[in-house]
Design a protein around this ligand. Structure first.
Ligand SMILES: Nc1ncnc2c1ncn2[C@@H]1O[C@H](COP(=O)(O)OP(=O)(O)OP(=O)(O)O)[C@@H](O)[C@H]1O
Length: 199
């Protein structure tokens, strides 16, 4: 479970987030929506532990995975190595099974530059799920994909979440994505001292 209790987050003198509290239980998926620039990515960075410069506390499980908008793969490593490098104890056959599972069977030796954007996204999903995360954070993981690839990725992500059961928090601008994936939608709105959750 993820327990978020933020009192405030400022960039310099500018307040960005106000008081924000919520929990994400194991197996639950929460979508985070709100207008551009309101602070969604800032909140995700705090929840994922990338940004620790805020007032408040976040309690998160040990096994974590983050999927960014851009696939953030190592271009000089093969698809298989991209999985194994951050999971050094991962048996090779499990890594190959996961590549197969996300539709990249037979592509283990290819480098990210030899994969389409959709395939690179599949590889980042494989990398995230192969470690059986207890917490999954995703920042607009389906943007700039064509409609068919986007739908396929959404279905695949839903299946992988159901199989693995992490506490999941993801940002989206797409209400359809939120409907398909999320059990609950949280909306950020402007408050007097930074963004707060709409009720
Ligand atoms: N490193 C930073 N330094 C200063 N200001 C920042 C920094 N990162 C973000 N901001 C500001 O904080 C606010 C929230 O940004 P954030 O990226 O979290 O919004 P967002 O809701 O994710 O936007 P979008 O939907 O457009 O991606 C914006 O006004 C942005 O300019």
């Amino acid at each position: 479970m993820i327990r978020v209790d933020i009192q405030s987050k400022n960039f310099g003198a500018t307040p960005v987030l106000g008081s924000i509290r919520f929990d994400v239980s194991n197996g639950q998926t929460i979508a985070l929506v709100g207008p551009s620039g309101i602070g969604k990515s800032t909140l995700l960075r705090i929840v994922s532990g990338i940004d620790s410069d805020f007032r408040g506390t976040v309690v998160r499980p040990e096994k974590q995975a983050v999927v960014f908008q851009e696939p953030t793969l190592l271009p000089w490593r093969s698809a298989l190595e991209n999985l194994c490098i951050i999971h050094p104890n991962l048996p090779k056959d499990r890594a190959l099974d996961m590549l197969e599972r996300v539709g990249l069977g037979g592509m283990a030796a290819l480098f990210p530059g030899q994969l389409s954007l959709g395939q690179q996204r599949r590889l980042s999903l494989a990398r995230a799920f192969v470690g059986a995360p207890e917490m999954l954070i995703m920042d607009e993981p389906f943007v700039s994909l064509d409609a068919q690839t986007g739908r396929a990725m959404l279905t695949l992500t839903k299946e992988l979440i159901a199989e693995t059961g992490p506490a999941t928090l993801f940002v989206t601008h797409d209400i359809h994505e939120a409907d398909v994936l999320a059990d609950r939608v949280l909306k950020l709105q402007a408050g007097p001292q930074g963004a707060i959750l709409a009720v």
